[in-house]
Design a protein around this ligand. Structure first.
Ligand SMILES: [Zn+2]
Length: 201
């Protein structure tokens, strides 16, 4: 169980789906789930026990990052998400971080490396600042773990800032899920917006 400071994010709890919501539609025949995972996530991120073949569309990108609606010009990830929505009745979007992520340590350790996607700059403005302020006692692995979890939640916020996503959320056609995979055990933890915890599912 990972406990986060839930006051750091302003997302309505009703936007989030529960594991039960996700299981309920597991048997439908359609592709109903878009998973946005990290580009260095080695194990197939859709290889979870309730992912029957064809259910998931998987988009892999640097630390599963999404640019917000007020700053996404030229970024292809939003176009990929729009296209997925145009082709399928997507009911769930999962932003999937992972504890073995190499991208976030890279961003921390090489702050002058090229950042053509602008993702590291966003990371520095959001996750890095928040973790430094809200979890000042964390260091080493605990600090990176907090960053991986908080970064995933910021990407949910960014996703929800896009009107084509927000419309579906407000119409209750869509639910979002924040997942963190432990690469060593393949166990998945899901974020509960009421408690602020990431608990194993
Ligand atoms: Zn990663």
């Amino acid at each position: 169980m990972i406990t986060l400071d839930r006051s750091l994010h302003q997302l309505p709890a009703e936007y989030f789906g529960s594991t039960e919501d996700f299981h309920i539609s597991a048997n439908c025949a359609e592709t109903d789930t878009l998973m946005i995972a990290c580009s260095d996530q080695g194990a197939a991120p859709n290889n979870v026990s309730f992912a029957r073949p064809g259910r998931f569309l998987v988009l892999q990108h640097l630390a599963a990052s999404i640019r917000p609606a007020d700053d996404y010009a030229g970024n292809s990830v939003i176009a990929d998400i729009e296209f997925a929505f145009s082709q399928h009745a997507i009911k769930h979007v999962i932003i999937c971080g992972h504890l073995g992520c190499g991208v976030i340590p890279y961003w921390l350790n090489y702050p002058d490396a090229p950042d053509s996607s602008g993702m590291r700059a966003h990371f520095e403005k959001t996750t890095l600042q928040v973790v430094n302020q809200a979890y000042p006692k964390y260091c080493g692995e605990a600090r990176v773990k907090a960053m991986i979890c908080e970064h995933t939640l910021f990407q949910i916020e960014h996703l929800c800032s896009h009107p084509f996503v927000l419309d579906r959320l407000e119409s209750q056609l869509l639910q979002v899920h924040a997942w963190i995979v432990n690469d060593d055990t393949a166990r998945v933890s899901a974020y509960d917006p009421i408690s602020g915890c990431l608990a194993a599912i």
